[in-house]
Ligand binder design. Structure first.
Ligand SMILES: [Zn+2]
Length: 297
């Protein structure tokens, strides 16, 4: 699933071409109740004649500001979910993604922005206030307003394994499976470490690592390991710089720090990759392992 760096890359790529565009028409080629938060023809009608004044991002959500005379703060939210893809074409033109076309926004310039989504989990929602569109979202690690004391406060009293917390969008937002594994490797923290077991230095390392993982991801324009592509169809390069995250293609790559093998476990239902040398297991886990060994012998 596209995470913060992938969505940020899409937003940055679209912004110069899309901001200032007047929406002349909106088409939904396939009826779907789950795609939109209101009847498709009502959503299309509400957007017709609007000019996109800004594109922003909150966590993994794209927010298009589409003010009208009646509703000054109208926001169109698009979430790519698993396989969504946004791209620009000349109106009437064709694109390889068109076979999965879910929504088309025809602009006054003669261009069209299309949303294609083979798996159909993506969403196109419209509301007056972005807050009405978004679930409870924690702070973004790359937000300058997010500080180390904020993180320490959020970790306190939480027994959940770090990996599970990083995936929890109400704890911090924008991090998914890839950048959680990357951040924990940068920080040298085992994914099963209970959040409340971190020392001050470890919390500081995690704080810096989350930021670094996401900023590296943005710099490399996202990870094209699944269906994610930039709006122009080209691939991001983050997958060429993975430290711990592994796919079938790079499964045998060693740890870039110690050259040892990367281990895979399941945490919070997700495949989780880490270096057992650079990210030592939690102390209680080590004891458990020793006790098990004794009882087995
Ligand atoms: Zn290592």
């Amino acid at each position: 699933m596209p995470e913060l760096p992938e969505v940020e890359t899409v937003v940055r790529a679209l912004r110069p071409s899309v901001v200032g565009q007047r929406i002349n028409r909106v088409n939904f080629p396939t009826p779907s109740k789950s795609l939109t938060n209101m009847a498709q023809d009502s959503l299309a009608l509400a957007l017709t004649g609007c000019t996109i004044s800004a594109i922003d991002r909150r966590a993994k959500y794209m927010l298009f500001s589409v003010p009208t005379h009646v509703q000054p703060f109208q926001t169109l939210m698009i979430h790519l979910k698993m396989t969504g893809h946004l791209y620009l074409v000349a109106a009437g033109g064709t694109h390889p993604q068109d076979r999965w076309l879910r929504a088309e926004f025809l602009f006054g310039s003669g261009q069209a922005m299309r949303f294609a989504d083979p798996r159909r989990f993506g969403r196109v929602y419209l509301a007056n206030n972005p807050v009405d569109l978004l679930p409870e979202l924690g702070p973004e690690p790359i937000d300058p307003a997010f500080t180390l004391p904020d993180l320490v406060g959020r970790l306190a009293g939480r027994k959940a394994p770090l990996k599970a917390l990083l995936l929890d969008q109400s704890f911090v937002s924008g991090i998914g499976n890839i950048y959680a594994d990357e951040a924990l490797h940068i920080a040298g923290l085992h994914p099963l470490r209970p959040a409340n077991s971190l020392t001050e230095a470890e919390a500081a390392a995690l704080f810096a690592a989350m930021r670094q993982a996401l900023e590296d991801g943005i710099r490399h324009e996202g990870a094209s390991i699944g269906s994610y592509r930039k709006p122009d169809g080209s691939r991001g390069a983050s997958q060429n710089h993975f430290r711990a995250y592994r796919t079938r293609e790079n499964a045998d790559l060693p740890c870039p720090v110690c050259a040892g093998p990367i281990s895979t476990i399941r945490v919070a239902g997700r495949g989780t990759h880490f270096c057992p040398t650079c990210q030592p297991p939690p102390k209680s886990d080590t004891n458990k392992g020793k006790r098990n060994k004794k009882s087995n012998s």
